[in-house]
Design a protein around this ligand. Structure first.
Ligand code: ZN
Length: 353
């Protein structure tokens, strides 16, 4: 493995980051008639009234007809309104495993959904291989990880988990997992990943093991330098994860559907200045997005200055109030071309052409 300075991690979300659809959609489509017959409608939680200590009352909107197979998530949001999202849909499937899914939610079924049902973004996986190979030729190791609140079993079987000549494209996959009973059908929750757990997944990769999560690990033992980490997501569930990565010196990037102006605007509204770049979901060699990755990776591995990028970012957002710190940052900016021209100032928003 290359020296830590020449090691770069790109941590990717799955749904709408490397794929163009929801990973469970083919499954819900197959059982849509049964979903609709068991749950013809769903309600949206409008608010929760606080009735004093430990007492609350959910206030629901009017019933809405289930029209799309992915409305099953909305059914789950109603049925499991107290449950965090990543756990909610998994628990809902356990509850409905016989009534809707006819005992067919097996490991084989999830693998089939991963292999045959996924619509990957342009350039997945070949563009990532190309990126990895180009940097390997320069002595830079580019590693990829998938951190998702979806299902590990589906992602593992999907086209992004590619292997060429014995080499794995993806180093690690984080997502929810089920236990299975003797008949092969899902029986219990093994692990549920919620939005906040994306941060945990990232920390685990950086520290090198889940066992080290709660332990103090000296930075010199980290597998990756946070300043050499890019985290990529679609924005919606990634706010705290993006903030954490940036606070540690990493580069958060949000992606949107290629050529889709409305998705670009939506992403901008959701994440705005919280990311270093908003780019189209297009990983084909030579694409604008790949060129931006190149710019960022080159900056990471060529960097000489070790000034805190998160401090620069706070400065840029005018969050720093004390004079001595402001003077300290301004003095550095006056002397450092790397920080002045790039660093926290290299924010790129790339709308559809
Ligand atoms: Zn500098």
């Amino acid at each position: 493995m290359a020296d830590i300075k020449n090691r770069v991690l790109i941590a990717l979300d799955y749904d709408f980051t490397v794929s163009e659809s929801v990973q469970q959609e083919p499954l819900f489509k197959e059982f849509f008639d049964r979903i609709r017959s068991v749950y013809p409608t769903y309600r949206v939680l409008e608010r929760v009234e606080k009735l004093g200590f430990n007492k609350e009352l959910p206030v629901w909107g009017l019933p809405v007809e289930v029209k799309d197979c992915c409305d099953y998530f909305k059914v789950s949001d109603e049925q499991q309104y107290k449950t965090p999202k990543g756990m909610g849909w998994m628990q809902q499937m356990l509850f409905d495993k016989d009534s809707i899914f006819e005992g067919k939610l097996t490991l084989e079924k999830f693998r089939e959904v991963g292999q045959k049902g996924q619509v990957m973004s342009p350039g997945i996986p070949d563009g990532l291989w190309d990126l990895k190979k180009r940097y390997a030729a320069r002595g830079v190791d580019v590693h990829f990880a998938i951190i998702s609140i979806g299902l590990k079993e589906i992602i593992e079987a999907s086209p992004i988990n590619d292997i060429k000549d014995g080499e794995h494209l993806i180093d690690a996959i984080y997502g929810g997992e089920f236990y299975y009973d003797a008949s092969g059908s899902i029986s219990r929750l093994a692990y549920c990943a919620n939005s906040f757990d994306k941060t945990k997944g990232l920390m685990q990769i950086v520290k090198g093991s889940p066992d080290l999560l709660d332990k103090l690990v000296p930075r010199s033992n980290y597998q990756f330098d946070y300043q050499n980490i890019i985290v990529v997501g679609d924005g919606f569930s990634d706010i705290s994860y993006f903030s954490y990565a940036r606070q540690e010196g990493g580069i958060p990037i949000a992606v949107y559907k290629l050529n889709d102006v409305n998705e670009y605007k939506k992403t901008y509204r959701e994440v705005g200045e919280r990311v270093d770049a908003i780019l189209p979901r297009d990983y084909r060699p030579g694409s604008r997005t790949v060129r931006e990755f190149d710019r960022i990776i080159t900056r990471m591995v060529d960097r000489q200055c070790r000034f805190s990028q998160s401090l620069l970012h706070e400065y840029k957002r005018q969050r720093i109030k004390d004079e001595p710190t402001i003077l300290y940052i301004e003095k550095h900016l006056g002397n450092c071309t790397e920080c002045k021209d790039e660093g926290a100032y290299g924010v790129r928003f790339v709308p559809p052409a």
